[in-house]
Design a protein around this ligand. Structure first.
Ligand SMILES: *[C@@H]1O[C@H](CO)[C@@H](O)[C@H](O)[C@H]1NC(C)=O
Ligand SMILES: *[C@@H]1O[C@H](CO)[C@@H](O)[C@H](O)[C@H]1NC(C)=O
Length: 634
C-alpha cells in the first residue's frame, strides 16, 4: 500500500520518458522506416499551399490573373531588375510602362478588344515579354509561334489558333512575306515591330508603340476573364507531323507558375531562361513563374553550352532551366578548373537521363535538380522532390486520394499497335509495380484536358475512354512510365520512341545512350525501320561523329555487344554531319524512318552490322539486295 504512490509516479515518469524518447527518436524512426516522409511533407505542404492560393484566385471577382500579379510586383519593387538581356537591365517599372505602350498602341491602331487572339512571332528578347504583357492587359490571348518555322508549317500554326492579327519581329519579315498572300486572303492584319517597312500588306507598328502613352490600362478592359478563359496558345513541338496548338487557360498559367515555388525558388533568385519563350518550359515555368516569384530573369536568345557557365558567373545566376539534351551538352563540354565556380543551386527541367544527371552533379557540384514530368496540354504531372537521382516524381497521398478510381494510373500498352491493351470487357489493364505502362490522367473539372485549337481529331486522339469503368474519360499522355515498389516514378519513353523487333520492345533513348558511350560518336538518333518480310522494325541509328573522327566499325560493335541484347543493337548505321532536332532538341525521326536503309537512295555513308564478323561493314548494294531477298538472315 505504501508503495503504491511512488510506484505510480515511477510508472508515470517512465511513461513520460518513453514518450519523450519516442518523440526524440521519431525523426530517426521515420527516416529509417519511411525514408521520404519529410520530403513528402515539405512537398505536400508547398503543393497544398499552391492549391489553396489557386482556389482563392478562382473565387476572386474580378479574377486575379497573372497580369495582376505582375502589377503587384511592379508596385512592390518598381526599381528591381526584371529582365537582363545582352547587357541591358529592364526594371519591373520599365517593363510595365513598355507593355502599357504596346497595349495603348494596339488598342488605337488595331482596335484590339478583349478576347481577340493575336499571334506573336518573335525570338527571345525583352520585347517578347512586354508585347505579351500588353496583350494580356487588353485581355487578348497570345499564340506563341515558334520563330524557327516557315511557310506551310507557319501558316498552319497561325491558322489553327484563329488569330486575326499577327505581330512579328523585324528580322522575321522574310518569313512573313512568304505567307503574306495567304494572310491577305484571310484578311489578317500583319504588324511588323519596326519603324519602317515598304511591303504592301505589312504595317509597321514600331513608331506607334514608341509614341504611345504609357498610362496604365483600365482593368475593366479585361473584366470578363476568368480561370477557364484561354490565356495562351502554346504549340507542342511534335517530333511527328505538324505542331498542335494547345489551349492554355488561366488556370494552367497559374498552376505552372507555381512550379518555381514548389522547387524552392524565391524572390531573391536570379533565374536563367535560355529555352525558347514560345514553349511552356521557358514561358510558363520560366517567365511566368518568375513573375509569380517576383525575381530577376536573365534572358538569352538561345542556349549556348560554351557560354553557359560564364553567363551564370557573370550574372550570379542561382536557378537554371534545362530541357531534353541541354544537360548532356553541358557535360560534353571540355572540363575546366572553374566548373564548380558558380552560384547555381537549383535546376528545373525535364528529360534528363539518370547517368547524365549523376555526371552533371559530380562535375558541377551540388545542384538541386527539380526534374519534372508534365505536358503543355496534359492534366497530370510529377516533380522529383526527393533526393533520388533519376526519378521524375513520386506517388504520395496527394496523388492517390481515392484508390478505387485513381486520378492517374499506368495501363498496359501494346507497342506494336500503339494502343492500350484491353481485357474481355474492353477495359484497360493495370500494370504491376516496376512494369512499364501508359500514363493516363482522369479528365475532371479540376483536371481538365481542353485539347488543341482547330484540331478536334487530334484532341479526340488524346482522350481515352473505358479505362477503369465503361464511360469514363482519361487523358492519354502518350508517355510510358514505370512506378517502383517505393512509389518512385520513372520516365521510360514516349510512345513512338519505342519500337518492336523480334517480339521485344526497344527503347530508342536507351540505345542512343549506349551509342554515345562509343568513343567516336558524338550524337545518336535511334529509330526502327521496316524490312520487307519481317514483323516490327529493325534498329537503325543516325549518328554524328566527333570532330575529325572516323567511324570505328569494330569498337562500335563491341560496345553495343557489351551493353545491349542482339535485338536492340542497331543493324544499320547512317553517318550524318548533323542530326536534325526540334526547337527543344528532340530528335526528328519521321523522315529518317521513311528513308530507311537503301544505299541507292541515301547519300550518307551507311553501315550494316555483320554479326558473325563482329563489326560494321559498309552497306553495299549487294548486301542490301541479300537483305531484301532474305538471303541474309536478320
Ligand atoms: C555578383 O555577386 C558578387 C558578390 O556577391 C557581387 O560583387 C557582384 O556585383 C554581383 N554581380 C552582379 C552582376 O550582380
Ligand atoms: C531531385 O533529385 C536530386 C538528386 O540529384 C536532388 O538533388 C534534388 O534535391 C531533388 N529535388 C528537387 C526538388 O530539387
Amino acid at each position: 500500500v505504501l508503495n503504491s504512490k511512488p510506484r505510480c509516479l515511477l510508472v508515470n515518469m517512465y511513461l513520460w520518458i518513453t514518450v519523450l524518447a519516442g518523440l526524440a527518436l521519431l525523426p530517426a524512426l521515420l527516416k529509417t522506416f519511411f525514408p521520404y516522409f519529410f520530403q513528402d511533407c515539405v512537398y505536400m505542404y508547398r503543393a497544398l499551399g499552391c492549391g489553396i492560393r489557386l482556389n482563392v484566385y478562382k473565387r476572386k471577382t474580378p479574377f486575379y490573373s497573372i497580369v495582376d500579379c505582375f502589377l503587384y510586383a511592379v508596385k512592390k519593387h518598381p526599381r528591381k531588375a526584371f529582365i537582363q538581356f545582352e547587357g541591358k537591365t529592364h526594371s519591373y517599372e520599365e517593363v510595365d510602362k513598355e507593355s502599357n505602350k504596346v497595349a495603348n498602341a494596339l488598342r488605337s491602331e488595331a482596335g484590339l478588344r478583349e478576347g481577340d487572339t493575336v499571334a506573336l512571332f518573335l525570338g527571345n528578347e525583352p520585347r517578347f515579354v512586354w508585347t505579351w504583357l500588353g496583350l494580356a492587359k487588353l485581355g487578348c490571348p497570345a499564340a506563341l509561334l515558334n520563330f524557327n518555322i516557315r511557310s506551310k508549317s507557319l501558316l498552319h500554326c497561325f491558322s489553327c489558333c484563329g488569330a486575326s492579327v499577327l505581330i512579328a519581329a523585324a528580322e522575321l519579315r522574310d518569313a512573313v512575306e512568304e505567307i503574306l498572300p495567304a494572310l491577305k486572303e484571310k484578311g489578317i492584319t500583319v504588324y511588323l515591330l519596326s519603324d519602317e517597312c515598304t511591303t504592301d500588306g505589312i504595317q509597321c507598328i514600331g513608331q506607334a508603340i514608341a509614341k504611345a502613352s504609357d498610362t496604365p490600362l483600365s482593368p475593366s478592359l479585361r473584366s470578363n476573364i476568368h480561370i477557364r478563359t484561354t490565356a495562351l496558345y502554346i504549340y507542342t513541338s511534335g517530333t511527328t507531323g505538324l505542331p498542335k496548338a494547345a489551349y492554355v487557360t488561366h488556370e494552367r498559367v497559374w498552376a505552372s507558375s507555381f512550379i518555381q515555388g514548389v522547387c524552392g525558388v524565391t524572390s531573391e533568385d536570379i533565374f536563367y531562361i535560355n529555352l525558347p519563350l514560345y514553349h511552356s518550359a521557358g514561358f510558363l515555368i520560366g517567365l511566368v513563374g518568375s513573375i509569380e516569384r517576383g525575381n530577376t530573369v536573365v534572358l538569352r536568345r538561345k542556349f549556348s553550352a560554351s557560354q553557359f557557365w560564364d553567363d551564370c558567373r557573370k550574372h550570379n545566376i542561382t536557378v537554371m532551366q534545362y530541357i531534353g539534351e541541354t544537360l548532356r551538352y553541358l557535360c560534353n563540354m571540355p572540363k575546366k578548373a572553374n566548373d564548380r565556380d558558380h552560384k547555381v543551386r537549383i535546376a528545373i527541367g525535364n528529360g534528363v537521363r539518370a547517368d547524365v544527371w549523376k555526371e552533371f552533379l559530380n562535375r558541377f557540384g551540388r545542384i538541386h535538380v527539380g526534374e519534372l514530368y508534365a505536358a503543355t496540354e496534359g492534366n497530370v504531372g510529377f516533380i522529383n522532390y526527393t533526393d533520388k537521382v533519376g526519378v521524375v516524381g513520386r506517388i504520395n497521398i496527394l496523388s492517390k486520394v481515392s484508390d478505387d478510381m485513381p486520378f492517374l494510373a499506368l495501363r498496359k500498352f501494346d507497342i506494336e499497335k500503339e494502343e492500350p491493351v484491353r481485357n474481355a470487357e474492353g477495359l484497360c489493364i493495370p500494370v504491376g509495380k516496376d512494369e512499364v505502362g501508359l500514363l493516363v490522367g482522369k479528365i475532371t473539372k479540376h483536371t481538365p484536358f481542353v485539347g488543341y485549337a482547330g484540331n478536334e481529331q487530334q484532341t479526340e486522339k488524346k482522350r481515352l475512354g473505358d479505362v477503369f469503368v465503361k464511360g469514363d474519360l482519361y487523358f492519354n499522355s502518350g508517355d510510358l512510365l514505370r512506378i517502383d515498389h517505393e512509389n518512385f516514378v520513372y520516365f521510360h519513353d514516349r510512345v513512338g520512341d519505342t519500337f518492336r523487333w523480334k517480339g521485344e520492345n526497344v527503347a530508342t533513348t536507351e540505345v542512343a545512350d549506349i551509342l554515345m558511350m562509343v568513343d567516336c560518336i558524338e550524337e545518336a538518333n535511334v529509330y526502327g525501320v521496316k524490312v520487307e518480310g519481317h514483323e516490327g522494325r529493325i534498329g537503325m541509328a543516325a549518328v554524328k561523329l566527333k570532330e575529325g573522327r572516323e567511324f570505328d566499325c569494330v569498337n562500335t560493335c563491341s560496345v553495343l555487344a557489351n551493353y545491349l541484347p542482339v535485338y536492340a543493337r542497331p543493324r544499320f548505321i547512317r553517318i550524318q554531319n548533323s542530326l536534325e532536332v526540334t526547337g527543344t532538341f528532340k530528335m526528328k525521326k519521321v523522315k529518317l524512318v521513311e528513308e530507311g536503309f537503301d544505299p541507292t537512295l541515301i547519300r550518307d555513308p551507311l553501315y550494316f552490322l555483320d554479326l558473325p564478323q563482329k563489326k560494321y561493314v559498309p552497306l553495299s548494294q549487294e548486301i542490301h539486295k541479300s537483305i531484301v531477298s532474305q538471303d541474309i538472315k536478320l
